[in-house]
Design a protein around this ligand. Sequence first.
Ligand code: PMP
Length: 416
Amino acid sequence: MLQKVNNTVSLDQEDLTMSSILDQLLKPKIDSLKEIGLYRSIRSITGPVEPTVIVDGKEVILLSSNNYLGFANHPELKRAAMSAIKELGTGSGGSRLISGNLDIHQELESRIAEFKQCEAGIIFSTGYMTNVGLITSLVGKGDLIISDELNHTSIIDGCRLSKADIKIFPHKDIESIMDILIEDIKLFNYNTNRKRVIITDGVFSMDGDIAPLSGIIKLAEEYNVIVIVDDAHGTGVLGENGRGTAEHFGLKSENLILMGTFSKALGSLGGYVVGPSILIDYLRNTSRSFIYSTSQPPSICASSIAAINLIEREPNIRKTLWDRVNRFKKGLLELGFDIMGSETQIVPIIIGDSHLTMEFAKAIIRSGVYAPGIRPPTVPEGVSRIRVSLMASHTNEQIDKVLTIFAREGQRLNII
Ligand code: PMP
Protein backbone atom coordinates (compact mmCIF):
# COMPACT_ATOMS: atom_id res chain seq x y z
CA MET A 1 0.00 0.00 0.00
CA LEU A 2 1.24 3.54 -0.73
CA GLN A 3 1.78 5.86 2.25
CA LYS A 4 2.58 9.54 2.23
CA VAL A 5 5.30 10.32 4.80
CA ASN A 6 6.83 13.82 4.98
CA ASN A 7 5.59 14.58 1.48
CA THR A 8 7.29 11.50 -0.03
CA VAL A 9 5.55 8.28 -0.98
CA SER A 10 6.80 5.04 0.58
CA LEU A 11 5.86 1.44 -0.04
CA ASP A 12 4.69 -1.10 2.51
CA GLN A 13 6.95 -4.13 3.01
CA GLU A 14 4.49 -6.46 1.37
CA ASP A 15 4.01 -4.32 -1.76
CA LEU A 16 5.12 -5.89 -4.99
CA THR A 17 8.51 -4.70 -6.14
CA MET A 18 9.82 -5.39 -9.62
CA SER A 19 12.07 -8.14 -8.29
CA SER A 20 9.21 -9.77 -6.37
CA ILE A 21 7.05 -9.64 -9.52
CA LEU A 22 9.86 -11.38 -11.40
CA ASP A 23 10.70 -13.95 -8.70
CA GLN A 24 7.31 -14.67 -7.16
CA LEU A 25 4.92 -14.28 -10.07
CA LEU A 26 6.66 -14.65 -13.42
CA LYS A 27 9.33 -17.24 -12.64
CA PRO A 28 6.89 -19.74 -11.02
CA LYS A 29 4.71 -19.43 -14.14
CA ILE A 30 7.71 -20.31 -16.33
CA ASP A 31 8.62 -23.20 -13.99
CA SER A 32 5.10 -24.59 -14.12
CA LEU A 33 5.10 -24.41 -17.95
CA LYS A 34 8.31 -26.45 -17.87
CA GLU A 35 6.78 -28.99 -15.50
CA ILE A 36 3.71 -29.56 -17.69
CA GLY A 37 5.75 -29.71 -20.90
CA LEU A 38 4.43 -26.46 -22.33
CA TYR A 39 7.55 -24.31 -22.03
CA ARG A 40 8.57 -22.74 -25.33
CA SER A 41 12.03 -21.85 -26.49
CA ILE A 42 12.89 -20.53 -29.91
CA ARG A 43 15.40 -22.03 -32.27
CA SER A 44 17.73 -19.94 -34.34
CA ILE A 45 17.82 -20.43 -38.10
CA THR A 46 20.94 -19.40 -39.97
CA GLY A 47 20.68 -18.50 -43.64
CA PRO A 48 17.67 -18.05 -45.94
CA VAL A 49 14.42 -20.02 -45.68
CA GLU A 50 15.20 -22.85 -48.07
CA PRO A 51 14.34 -26.60 -47.97
CA THR A 52 17.53 -27.15 -45.98
CA VAL A 53 18.60 -24.68 -43.31
CA ILE A 54 21.05 -24.47 -40.44
CA VAL A 55 19.15 -24.73 -37.14
CA ASP A 56 21.22 -24.15 -34.02
CA GLY A 57 24.33 -24.89 -36.06
CA LYS A 58 23.11 -28.13 -37.67
CA GLU A 59 21.91 -28.65 -41.24
CA VAL A 60 18.33 -29.95 -41.35
CA ILE A 61 15.45 -30.31 -43.80
CA LEU A 62 13.03 -27.49 -43.03
CA LEU A 63 9.54 -28.93 -42.84
CA SER A 64 7.64 -26.24 -41.01
CA SER A 65 7.80 -23.10 -43.09
CA ASN A 66 4.84 -21.19 -44.50
CA ASN A 67 7.05 -20.32 -47.46
CA TYR A 68 4.91 -22.76 -49.47
CA LEU A 69 6.01 -21.70 -52.95
CA GLY A 70 9.64 -21.09 -52.03
CA PHE A 71 9.27 -17.36 -52.76
CA ALA A 72 10.96 -16.07 -49.59
CA ASN A 73 14.40 -16.40 -51.21
CA HIS A 74 13.29 -16.17 -54.86
CA PRO A 75 15.57 -14.11 -57.15
CA GLU A 76 12.65 -12.22 -58.66
CA LEU A 77 11.30 -11.10 -55.26
CA LYS A 78 14.80 -10.22 -54.09
CA ARG A 79 15.45 -8.16 -57.22
CA ALA A 80 12.18 -6.28 -56.74
CA ALA A 81 12.95 -5.59 -53.08
CA MET A 82 16.50 -4.46 -53.78
CA SER A 83 15.55 -2.10 -56.56
CA ALA A 84 12.80 -0.63 -54.31
CA ILE A 85 15.39 -0.05 -51.62
CA LYS A 86 17.72 1.63 -54.12
CA GLU A 87 14.96 3.83 -55.46
CA LEU A 88 12.81 4.46 -52.38
CA GLY A 89 14.88 3.66 -49.30
CA THR A 90 14.29 1.36 -46.37
CA GLY A 91 11.39 2.88 -44.47
CA SER A 92 8.17 4.73 -45.21
CA GLY A 93 8.60 7.24 -42.42
CA GLY A 94 4.98 7.45 -41.37
CA SER A 95 1.54 5.96 -41.19
CA ARG A 96 -0.53 5.87 -44.35
CA LEU A 97 -2.79 8.76 -43.37
CA ILE A 98 0.07 11.08 -42.43
CA SER A 99 3.15 10.87 -44.66
CA GLY A 100 3.71 7.14 -45.21
CA ASN A 101 1.48 6.60 -48.25
CA LEU A 102 3.85 5.93 -51.13
CA ASP A 103 2.71 5.12 -54.67
CA ILE A 104 3.91 1.55 -54.17
CA HIS A 105 1.44 0.96 -51.29
CA GLN A 106 -1.40 1.91 -53.58
CA GLU A 107 0.04 -0.16 -56.40
CA LEU A 108 0.04 -3.22 -54.15
CA GLU A 109 -3.53 -2.53 -53.04
CA SER A 110 -4.73 -2.34 -56.65
CA ARG A 111 -2.70 -5.41 -57.59
CA ILE A 112 -4.05 -7.63 -54.78
CA ALA A 113 -7.62 -6.47 -55.50
CA GLU A 114 -7.16 -7.30 -59.18
CA PHE A 115 -5.61 -10.71 -58.36
CA LYS A 116 -8.48 -11.55 -56.01
CA GLN A 117 -11.00 -10.16 -58.54
CA CYS A 118 -12.45 -7.66 -56.08
CA GLU A 119 -13.29 -3.99 -56.42
CA ALA A 120 -10.69 -2.62 -53.99
CA GLY A 121 -8.05 -3.57 -51.46
CA ILE A 122 -6.32 -2.23 -48.37
CA ILE A 123 -3.02 -3.44 -46.94
CA PHE A 124 -1.85 -3.65 -43.33
CA SER A 125 1.65 -4.14 -41.95
CA THR A 126 0.96 -7.71 -40.77
CA GLY A 127 -1.77 -10.32 -41.09
CA TYR A 128 -2.40 -10.18 -37.36
CA MET A 129 -3.06 -6.45 -37.59
CA THR A 130 -5.33 -7.03 -40.56
CA ASN A 131 -7.70 -9.30 -38.66
CA VAL A 132 -7.72 -7.10 -35.59
CA GLY A 133 -8.28 -3.96 -37.69
CA LEU A 134 -10.92 -5.45 -39.95
CA ILE A 135 -13.00 -7.11 -37.26
CA THR A 136 -12.95 -4.25 -34.76
CA SER A 137 -13.92 -1.76 -37.48
CA LEU A 138 -16.69 -3.78 -38.98
CA VAL A 139 -18.45 -5.07 -35.86
CA GLY A 140 -18.94 -3.73 -32.38
CA LYS A 141 -21.21 -3.78 -29.36
CA GLY A 142 -24.64 -5.09 -30.31
CA ASP A 143 -23.39 -7.08 -33.31
CA LEU A 144 -22.93 -10.84 -33.57
CA ILE A 145 -19.82 -12.76 -34.62
CA ILE A 146 -20.12 -16.46 -35.36
CA SER A 147 -16.61 -17.92 -35.31
CA ASP A 148 -15.17 -21.39 -36.01
CA GLU A 149 -13.58 -22.93 -32.90
CA LEU A 150 -10.28 -23.44 -34.73
CA ASN A 151 -9.90 -19.93 -36.12
CA HIS A 152 -6.50 -18.29 -35.89
CA THR A 153 -5.60 -16.30 -32.77
CA SER A 154 -5.57 -13.02 -34.68
CA ILE A 155 -9.26 -13.59 -35.44
CA ILE A 156 -9.98 -14.50 -31.83
CA ASP A 157 -8.22 -11.38 -30.58
CA GLY A 158 -10.04 -9.21 -33.12
CA CYS A 159 -13.37 -10.68 -32.03
CA ARG A 160 -12.63 -10.11 -28.33
CA LEU A 161 -11.50 -6.53 -28.92
CA SER A 162 -14.60 -5.75 -30.97
CA LYS A 163 -16.96 -6.17 -27.97
CA ALA A 164 -19.51 -7.84 -30.25
CA ASP A 165 -21.41 -10.91 -29.02
CA ILE A 166 -19.33 -13.94 -29.94
CA LYS A 167 -20.68 -17.42 -30.61
CA ILE A 168 -18.18 -20.18 -31.33
CA PHE A 169 -19.32 -23.04 -33.53
CA PRO A 170 -17.83 -26.56 -33.62
CA HIS A 171 -15.22 -26.85 -36.35
CA LYS A 172 -16.78 -26.57 -39.84
CA ASP A 173 -20.26 -27.38 -38.51
CA ILE A 174 -22.75 -25.61 -40.77
CA GLU A 175 -25.80 -26.95 -38.87
CA SER A 176 -24.50 -25.25 -35.74
CA ILE A 177 -24.07 -21.97 -37.58
CA MET A 178 -27.67 -22.23 -38.70
CA ASP A 179 -28.86 -22.98 -35.15
CA ILE A 180 -26.97 -19.96 -33.83
CA LEU A 181 -28.46 -17.74 -36.53
CA ILE A 182 -32.02 -18.94 -36.01
CA GLU A 183 -31.71 -18.45 -32.26
CA ASP A 184 -30.24 -14.98 -32.71
CA ILE A 185 -32.91 -13.90 -35.18
CA LYS A 186 -35.58 -15.13 -32.75
CA LEU A 187 -34.07 -12.97 -30.02
CA PHE A 188 -33.22 -9.85 -31.99
CA ASN A 189 -35.20 -10.36 -35.24
CA TYR A 190 -34.18 -8.72 -38.52
CA ASN A 191 -35.36 -5.23 -37.77
CA THR A 192 -32.43 -4.15 -35.71
CA ASN A 193 -29.07 -2.73 -36.65
CA ARG A 194 -27.48 -5.92 -35.45
CA LYS A 195 -24.81 -6.90 -38.00
CA ARG A 196 -24.20 -10.61 -38.16
CA VAL A 197 -20.85 -11.96 -39.34
CA ILE A 198 -19.59 -15.50 -39.83
CA ILE A 199 -15.82 -15.70 -39.71
CA THR A 200 -13.62 -18.60 -40.67
CA ASP A 201 -10.12 -19.48 -41.79
CA GLY A 202 -10.15 -20.58 -45.45
CA VAL A 203 -7.43 -23.17 -44.79
CA PHE A 204 -7.02 -23.96 -41.10
CA SER A 205 -3.51 -23.17 -40.01
CA MET A 206 -3.00 -26.11 -37.64
CA ASP A 207 -5.16 -28.81 -39.26
CA GLY A 208 -4.68 -28.06 -42.95
CA ASP A 209 -8.33 -28.67 -43.78
CA ILE A 210 -10.53 -26.33 -45.83
CA ALA A 211 -13.61 -24.45 -44.58
CA PRO A 212 -16.93 -25.60 -46.10
CA LEU A 213 -17.31 -22.26 -47.84
CA SER A 214 -20.05 -23.16 -50.32
CA GLY A 215 -22.39 -24.13 -47.49
CA ILE A 216 -21.44 -21.12 -45.40
CA ILE A 217 -22.05 -18.69 -48.26
CA LYS A 218 -25.39 -20.30 -49.07
CA LEU A 219 -26.48 -19.84 -45.49
CA ALA A 220 -25.12 -16.31 -45.36
CA GLU A 221 -27.04 -15.27 -48.45
CA GLU A 222 -30.23 -16.80 -47.09
CA TYR A 223 -29.96 -15.05 -43.71
CA ASN A 224 -28.26 -11.78 -44.82
CA VAL A 225 -25.04 -12.44 -43.01
CA ILE A 226 -21.56 -11.19 -43.87
CA VAL A 227 -18.83 -13.82 -44.26
CA ILE A 228 -15.18 -13.02 -43.55
CA VAL A 229 -12.66 -15.56 -44.80
CA ASP A 230 -9.07 -15.47 -43.59
CA ASP A 231 -7.21 -16.89 -46.57
CA ALA A 232 -3.70 -16.60 -45.16
CA HIS A 233 -2.91 -20.22 -46.04
CA GLY A 234 -5.05 -20.59 -49.18
CA THR A 235 -3.77 -17.61 -51.15
CA GLY A 236 -1.23 -18.53 -53.80
CA VAL A 237 -1.79 -22.27 -53.48
CA LEU A 238 -5.51 -23.08 -53.83
CA GLY A 239 -7.68 -22.59 -56.91
CA GLU A 240 -6.85 -22.91 -60.55
CA ASN A 241 -5.02 -19.57 -60.58
CA GLY A 242 -3.84 -19.60 -57.00
CA ARG A 243 -6.43 -17.04 -55.96
CA GLY A 244 -7.31 -19.03 -52.88
CA THR A 245 -10.14 -20.80 -51.13
CA ALA A 246 -12.99 -18.92 -52.84
CA GLU A 247 -11.56 -19.82 -56.25
CA HIS A 248 -11.09 -23.43 -55.09
CA PHE A 249 -14.87 -23.63 -54.63
CA GLY A 250 -15.66 -21.39 -57.64
CA LEU A 251 -17.39 -18.94 -55.30
CA LYS A 252 -18.29 -15.30 -55.65
CA SER A 253 -20.69 -13.57 -53.33
CA GLU A 254 -21.68 -10.05 -52.37
CA ASN A 255 -21.65 -11.21 -48.76
CA LEU A 256 -18.00 -12.26 -48.87
CA ILE A 257 -15.09 -10.25 -47.44
CA LEU A 258 -11.64 -11.74 -48.00
CA MET A 259 -8.56 -11.12 -45.93
CA GLY A 260 -5.21 -12.75 -46.37
CA THR A 261 -1.50 -12.32 -45.89
CA PHE A 262 1.56 -11.77 -48.02
CA SER A 263 3.64 -13.57 -45.40
CA LYS A 264 3.10 -17.19 -46.39
CA ALA A 265 2.97 -18.49 -49.97
CA LEU A 266 3.82 -14.98 -51.17
CA GLY A 267 7.14 -15.01 -49.34
CA SER A 268 6.86 -11.44 -48.09
CA LEU A 269 5.07 -9.72 -45.20
CA GLY A 270 1.79 -7.98 -44.46
CA GLY A 271 -1.93 -8.53 -44.77
CA TYR A 272 -4.82 -7.28 -46.89
CA VAL A 273 -8.56 -7.04 -47.11
CA VAL A 274 -10.28 -7.05 -50.50
CA GLY A 275 -13.91 -6.31 -51.19
CA PRO A 276 -16.30 -3.53 -52.22
CA SER A 277 -14.79 0.00 -52.48
CA ILE A 278 -17.08 1.37 -49.79
CA LEU A 279 -15.88 -1.24 -47.31
CA ILE A 280 -12.24 -0.52 -48.11
CA ASP A 281 -12.79 3.23 -47.83
CA TYR A 282 -14.51 2.66 -44.49
CA LEU A 283 -11.59 0.56 -43.21
CA ARG A 284 -9.12 3.23 -44.30
CA ASN A 285 -11.02 5.69 -42.14
CA THR A 286 -11.78 3.57 -39.09
CA SER A 287 -9.32 0.70 -38.77
CA ARG A 288 -7.06 1.53 -35.86
CA SER A 289 -4.27 -0.92 -36.75
CA PHE A 290 -4.18 0.68 -40.21
CA ILE A 291 -4.32 4.28 -39.02
CA TYR A 292 -1.98 4.19 -36.04
CA SER A 293 0.94 2.20 -37.36
CA THR A 294 3.80 2.93 -39.74
CA SER A 295 3.18 1.61 -43.23
CA GLN A 296 5.26 -1.15 -44.75
CA PRO A 297 8.73 -0.43 -46.13
CA PRO A 298 8.55 -0.05 -49.92
CA SER A 299 10.77 -3.10 -50.46
CA ILE A 300 8.18 -5.32 -48.79
CA CYS A 301 5.44 -3.99 -51.09
CA ALA A 302 7.70 -4.54 -54.09
CA SER A 303 8.33 -8.18 -53.17
CA SER A 304 4.60 -8.78 -52.60
CA ILE A 305 3.82 -7.37 -56.06
CA ALA A 306 6.57 -9.55 -57.58
CA ALA A 307 5.05 -12.58 -55.81
CA ILE A 308 1.60 -11.97 -57.28
CA ASN A 309 3.16 -11.59 -60.74
CA LEU A 310 5.02 -14.88 -60.28
CA ILE A 311 1.93 -16.77 -59.12
CA GLU A 312 0.10 -15.63 -62.24
CA ARG A 313 2.99 -16.37 -64.58
CA GLU A 314 4.28 -19.68 -63.16
CA PRO A 315 1.41 -22.09 -62.39
CA ASN A 316 3.95 -24.92 -62.46
CA ILE A 317 5.35 -23.92 -59.09
CA ARG A 318 1.90 -24.56 -57.59
CA LYS A 319 1.65 -27.86 -59.40
CA THR A 320 5.02 -28.96 -58.01
CA LEU A 321 3.83 -28.12 -54.50
CA TRP A 322 0.80 -30.41 -54.89
CA ASP A 323 3.00 -33.21 -56.28
CA ARG A 324 5.19 -33.00 -53.17
CA VAL A 325 2.18 -32.85 -50.87
CA ASN A 326 0.61 -35.94 -52.44
CA ARG A 327 3.84 -37.95 -52.30
CA PHE A 328 4.38 -37.06 -48.64
CA LYS A 329 0.82 -37.75 -47.48
CA LYS A 330 0.67 -41.06 -49.31
CA GLY A 331 3.87 -42.11 -47.55
CA LEU A 332 2.62 -41.01 -44.13
CA LEU A 333 -0.67 -42.86 -44.48
CA GLU A 334 1.11 -46.02 -45.60
CA LEU A 335 3.25 -45.80 -42.45
CA GLY A 336 0.12 -45.51 -40.30
CA PHE A 337 0.42 -41.88 -39.14
CA ASP A 338 -2.75 -39.98 -38.26
CA ILE A 339 -2.92 -36.79 -40.37
CA MET A 340 -6.51 -35.91 -39.45
CA GLY A 341 -8.43 -34.27 -42.29
CA SER A 342 -5.53 -32.48 -43.96
CA GLU A 343 -6.50 -31.40 -47.47
CA THR A 344 -3.60 -29.07 -48.16
CA GLN A 345 0.13 -28.40 -47.83
CA ILE A 346 -0.34 -28.18 -44.05
CA VAL A 347 -0.16 -31.67 -42.58
CA PRO A 348 -0.73 -32.28 -38.87
CA ILE A 349 0.89 -35.46 -37.59
CA ILE A 350 -1.16 -36.18 -34.52
CA ILE A 351 0.69 -37.59 -31.54
CA GLY A 352 -1.68 -36.60 -28.74
CA ASP A 353 0.37 -36.26 -25.60
CA SER A 354 2.39 -33.04 -25.42
CA HIS A 355 5.50 -34.64 -23.82
CA LEU A 356 5.61 -37.40 -26.43
CA THR A 357 5.13 -34.82 -29.16
CA MET A 358 8.15 -32.90 -27.96
CA GLU A 359 10.17 -36.11 -27.71
CA PHE A 360 9.32 -36.94 -31.33
CA ALA A 361 10.17 -33.37 -32.39
CA LYS A 362 13.57 -33.69 -30.68
CA ALA A 363 14.21 -37.10 -32.23
CA ILE A 364 13.51 -35.91 -35.76
CA ILE A 365 15.66 -32.81 -35.43
CA ARG A 366 18.51 -35.02 -34.19
CA SER A 367 18.02 -37.02 -37.39
CA GLY A 368 18.02 -33.91 -39.56
CA VAL A 369 14.36 -32.78 -39.92
CA TYR A 370 13.03 -29.59 -38.44
CA ALA A 371 9.28 -29.59 -37.76
CA PRO A 372 8.44 -28.37 -34.28
CA GLY A 373 5.86 -29.84 -31.95
CA ILE A 374 2.65 -27.85 -31.50
CA ARG A 375 0.99 -28.04 -28.09
CA PRO A 376 -1.79 -26.36 -26.13
CA PRO A 377 -2.76 -23.55 -26.02
CA THR A 378 -2.04 -23.34 -29.76
CA VAL A 379 -4.04 -26.56 -30.29
CA PRO A 380 -6.61 -28.20 -27.97
CA GLU A 381 -5.56 -30.58 -25.19
CA GLY A 382 -4.94 -34.17 -26.39
CA VAL A 383 -4.14 -33.36 -30.02
CA SER A 384 -0.56 -32.18 -29.75
CA ARG A 385 1.16 -32.70 -33.04
CA ILE A 386 4.03 -32.13 -35.37
CA ARG A 387 2.80 -29.52 -37.83
CA VAL A 388 4.42 -30.18 -41.13
CA SER A 389 4.19 -27.86 -44.09
CA LEU A 390 5.52 -28.61 -47.52
CA MET A 391 7.20 -26.29 -49.99
CA ALA A 392 7.32 -26.49 -53.76
CA SER A 393 11.09 -26.25 -53.42
CA HIS A 394 11.40 -29.55 -51.49
CA THR A 395 12.80 -32.32 -53.67
CA ASN A 396 11.34 -35.83 -53.87
CA GLU A 397 14.58 -37.12 -52.32
CA GLN A 398 14.10 -34.84 -49.33
CA ILE A 399 10.49 -36.01 -48.91
CA ASP A 400 11.59 -39.66 -49.00
CA LYS A 401 14.36 -39.03 -46.50
CA VAL A 402 11.86 -37.41 -44.12
CA LEU A 403 9.52 -40.39 -44.46
CA THR A 404 12.35 -42.79 -43.59
CA ILE A 405 13.21 -40.78 -40.47
CA PHE A 406 9.55 -40.47 -39.40
CA ALA A 407 9.09 -44.22 -39.81
CA ARG A 408 12.14 -45.06 -37.70
CA GLU A 409 11.46 -42.56 -34.89
CA GLY A 410 7.69 -43.16 -34.96
CA GLN A 411 8.26 -46.91 -34.41
CA ARG A 412 10.90 -46.34 -31.74
CA LEU A 413 8.53 -44.12 -29.73
CA ASN A 414 5.50 -46.38 -30.35
CA ILE A 415 3.62 -43.67 -32.24
CA ILE A 416 2.94 -45.92 -35.21
N1 PMP B 1 -4.31 -15.66 -40.14
C1 PMP B 1 -3.86 -16.92 -40.13
C2 PMP B 1 -4.81 -18.02 -40.48
C3 PMP B 1 -2.54 -17.20 -39.78
O1 PMP B 1 -2.09 -18.46 -39.75
C4 PMP B 1 -1.68 -16.12 -39.47
C5 PMP B 1 -0.19 -16.33 -39.10
N2 PMP B 1 0.27 -17.55 -38.93
C6 PMP B 1 -2.19 -14.83 -39.48
C7 PMP B 1 -3.50 -14.63 -39.83
C8 PMP B 1 -1.31 -13.66 -39.14
O2 PMP B 1 -0.53 -13.32 -40.22
P1 PMP B 1 0.91 -12.65 -40.04
O3 PMP B 1 1.85 -13.72 -39.61
O4 PMP B 1 1.20 -12.13 -41.40
O5 PMP B 1 0.77 -11.57 -39.03
